[in-house]
Design a protein around this ligand. Sequence first.
Ligand code: PXP
Length: 239
Amino acid sequence: MITKLSVNVNKIATLRNARGRNVPNLVQVVKDCEKFGAQGITVHPRPDERHIRYQDVIDLKNIVTTEFNIEGYPSDSFLDLVLKVKPEQVTLVPDAPDALTSNNGWDTITHLDYLTSIIKKLKSQNIRVSLFVNPEVKMIEGARMTGADRIELYTENYASIYPENKQKAIMPYMIAARVAQNQGVGVNAGHDLSIENLRYFSQNIPDLMEVSIGHALICDALYLGLEKTIGSYLGLLGS
Ligand code: PXP
């Protein structure tokens, strides 16, 4: 099974917003990412629109020809946007409005009823739903109970432990992925995955469906260019 590479293009919007014009052109970058082999595009609109704006998400609806994944906290305005755009996948993230970046997974037990009702609404519109979670068995079981199709494993801990002890870093993810898959829940992963740590992750998590990568990939593209970088990441995923 191939693991899809979904390129998170938030950093492109951040760069564009720094100057108030349309350089770099987000739509063009998205088209190029797909041309260079990305099998998905991820955006994470935040309430202050400091990187991806709500209008970007609308503009990209008819541009993305691979898999469009919209991530974010399910506020009313986020859900209105998602229901209007109807992407292939939405990844629900429990980030506070002022969070610098996503910094935790859902407590799927505490928020079971809340998540269940949102997921039901999204799935009724044929939108696949993934829940951002830490690699904890209890949280995975909670995610299954909400009716989520997939989980996205929050890989920040993996990335930070990897340089000292990769076996220790991967272990909770191997267990969590197996628990999810045994319960019929698909497994995605993301956050701080990079050219250094991606291969080991994908080799040790069988049937990993998708990785969503932004920061490291865009940083590598400064040196290697976008085409070579995407090619390298695809190679690390074995495709
Ligand atoms: N997954 C989620 C839920 C995220 O919030 C982010 C960052 O926006 C990513 C994946 C991608 O993380 P990174 O930019 O570190 O690759």
